[in-house]
Design a protein around this ligand. Sequence first.
Ligand code: NAD
Length: 531
Amino acid sequence: MSTTVADTTQPAERQWSPLVGSALLARLAARAAVAEPSETITVEAPFTGERLGEVPKGSSADVSAAVARARDAQREWARWPVAERAELLHRFYDLVTARSREICDLVQLEAGKARRDAFEEVLDVVTKARHNAHIVAACLHPKRRQGAIPLLTRTRELHPPRGVVGIISPWNYPFTLTVGDAIPALVAGNGVVLKPDSLTPYSALWAAEAMAEGGMPEGLFAIVPGSGAELGEALIDAADYITFTGSTATGRIVAAQAASRITDCAMELGGKNPLLVLPDARLGPAVRGATNGICSSAGQLCVSIERVYVHDAVYDTFVPRLAESLRNVRLGAQLDFSVDMGCLIGPDQLAKVTRHVDDAVAKGAEVLAGGRARPDLGPYFYEPTLLAGVTEDMTVCREETFGPVASVYRCASVDEMIARANDSEYGLSSSVWTRDARAGRAVAERLHIGAVNINDAYAAAWASASPMGGFKTSGLGRRHGRAGLLRFTETQTVAHQRIAHIDTPPFLTHGQYAKVLGLTVRVFRHIPWID
Ligand code: NAD
């Protein structure tokens, strides 16, 4: 990504695919909530390094204006019947499924990922739209709660929207991690102002266009592309809730800024996710699962696998099969399902992956598969890589690589596998392979990790309706399911005291009242159905 002083010369007319060309990209760029752009962001196509297009670069004033407009629109939106807000998500679902080829092309072009990974994003987004449309009424419906004085206090728990939600998102899943979080925020009754990563702004702009076509009120869902530090601060200043997805390093800055303003936030951060192959695992599926976990989105997936712990009993069979499977992964830039893996996002990511592998090799690690860039395919292609003999002094041992690189370790026992899997500052996702479901669940209970996939690499937990998020430095808060919707609401308690208010009655002294209460408390001890 580079920024240049506004230059009206748009890239030459070009049709990147039958459905995505300069006209669509210019139309999407015009949707950015930027008033008078003085600068633009040049977006590259990672497959070739060519200039894909230009989007306006927003300023902190644009963020403040977008939040103000979203706040105005939100007041009306919050009054819409919940069923009508949900209906809008159903229309969005229909639009995305009808135009899935276009958005798949766009995601591939701006993120450099394989078709199967782009399709996974589309599937994830439509599933979220449908799921949130179905659960929103039950989530927001007021709930009766136990009152302070049984029968005399009527207490209800309400969930009004936060107001305007600020979303800061990374480049690795430009559709899922932008509109995927906007969906529950919007249907809960909020406005949303989203700052996408400058490397991949188009998918979020496409989502905003589809939402508008579906009937989303003007200004309610705004996209402001631009610098993280500048726009991030303005967004945290103005929004009522922040959801951030990105690196742990940036997450610390964003969380500190949100804390200083007493703004609630969720942090979806980095990982160094382990995969455990137990001695009774079915090795064929485990090899395929590990390959998928290492190579999805070229390893640029927060829940991808970077550490593989294999029980001694199966190490000598499993590891050569995994290495062979990784060597057979088909790399390419085709906008169809004919390849398995795309490329890295750009030069910084290529440099980081190369540095991690070269450092490990220089310090004695063995390359069992891959270990090199593939400039013959495109500027940022890197082969799926498996390393053995990785030791503590190697950067790849503990740091997140965020590329198609995993280290494999031989373990003498399941206890050792669990201890090593837990020995990380991160705790985002994990994968456990065993024929014995009960043993798998027992291992899961001992892992200090937010998501545990038994006999799957990552998708089983991610795609479920159960909350998703990290332990330790992998994050704060949870997305998905009811918790993922309710985080975009405040919790309000409305207690209606009937007959007498809670105070010493005029016919008793404070001491007599205390005695009555003391007696009541002792009696209640024996009435278990009153909490
Ligand atoms: P990043 O932290 O560099 O950037 C993420 C976003 O933050 C971008 O939009 C960026 O512009 C913005 N930003 C940068 N500096 C900022 C600042 N000072 N204030 C506010 N915003 C700022 O992360 P990245 O490299 O784009 O993404 C990769 C990382 O994201 C990896 O560590 C990966 O594990 C993590 N990730 C986590 C999840 C999850 O669900 N836990 C999902 C995807 C990615």
